[in-house]
Design a protein around this ligand. Structure first.
Ligand code: CAA
Length: 286
């Protein structure tokens, strides 16, 4: 039986709202925090929309929907997270913003056993942990997009995470959320992105070099290998800025050329064509 019943989610973008959705449906008391009332309002609309969609598609019942909504509260004041037993940070991938947030959360949480987790996909969890006074209670919990649909969570203990922290969070993820957990080392890309991102970059290079169109590359992998999505549609779903930042992190850490973000990917990011979230990337979503 998990000892975690009250969680906080900081940041309510695609991943934060997906994580809050999963937790609220699993019966957990969820408090969502965002930096400003405006971003909180957008996050609330995103989370409500995600639960509405699950209801509309018949994945959850009216009762699940109503109970899940009732379990979520919202705040733009971090002090309101004081009673949380686990806080999952899911703000944008900005190391100094995350470090500042971790330092503040470390002071706000009343329970010395409370766990501070990051959903980062491209930063070192240890560097975030070093912003706190108790590095042993900091851990990475890496969900996949869309979080309600994908069963896996990577659990990323740092060299300094207490084993009791890892065990407590692992029990919560498996017993309460019903996720499948793998432990990954705190190295760039963890396990999934160290495999996935070079593949996505290879697909970008095929388009960039004129080897094949985006549609042909995607058909190759959906029809030839039975992947649920081709790599370029998947890159658009993940967000091209996120793919580029994971590639940068992998390249910085390992210096292998196949990790370097191709120029075409950088240009798309510079143009603000980030994929589904902005309405255009390799494909048009307008
Ligand atoms: N609960 C809630 N929503 C769900 C769901 C569930 N159980 N299952 C699917 N959905 C959502 C889908 O996201 C999709 O949303 P949109 O309408 O916004 O497109 C919608 O419901 C339609 O889903 P369908 O039932 O038609 O499902 P599908 O068969 O088309 O599958 C998919 C959709 C689940 C996204 C599937 O294509 C898939 O698994 N794709 C691969 C996704 C993937 O690889 N994600 C990992 C990315 S890597 C990452 O996230 C980590 C990182 O650090 C970058």
């Amino acid at each position: 039986m998990s000892t975690i019943q009250r969680i906080g989610v900081v940041g309510c973008g695609t991943m934060g709202s997906g994580i809050a959705h999963v937790c609220a449906l699993a019966g957990v008391d969820v408090r969502v925090a965002a930096a400003s009332p405006e971003s909180l309002a957008r996050g609330r609309a995103r989370l409500t929309g995600s639960l509405d969609k699950a209801l509309g598609k018949g994945r959850i019942t009216d009762r699940d929907h109503e109970n899940a909504l009732a379990r979520v509260s919202y705040t733009s004041d971090l002090a309101d997270l004081a009673d949380r037993q686990l806080v999952i940070e899911s703000i944008s991938e900005d190391e100094s913003a995350k470090r500042e947030l971790f330092a503040r959360l470390d002071r706000v949480l009343q329970d010395p056993e409370a766990v501070l987790a990051s959903n980062t996909s491209s930063l070192s969890v240890l560097r975030l942990a070093r912003a706190t006074a108790d590095v042993g209670r900091v851990i990475g919990v890496h969900f996949f997009n869309p979080a309600p649909a994908l069963p896996l969570v990577e659990l990323v203990p740092t060299l300094l995470t207490h084993e009791k922290t890892a065990v407590r969070v692992e029990e919560f993820l498996t017993d309460v959320l019903g996720k499948r957990v793998i432990r990954s080392p705190d190295r760039a890309g963890f396990t999934v992105n160290a495999l996935l991102v070079p593949y996505l970059l290879a697909a970008v290079r095929m388009v960039e070099s004129g080897h094949a169109s985006a549609e042909t590359v995607d058909d190759a992998m959906t029809l030839g290998c039975s992947h649920p999505m081709g790599p370029l549609r998947l890159a658009d779903l993940i967000g091209l800025d996120v793919v580029a930042s994971i590639a940068e992190a992998l390249h910085e850490e390992f210096r292998e050329p196949h990790y370097a973000p191709p120029p075409f990917l950088r240009r798309l990011v510079e143009a603000g064509l980030l994929g589904r979230k902005t309405g255009r990337g390799f494909y048009d979503y307008a």
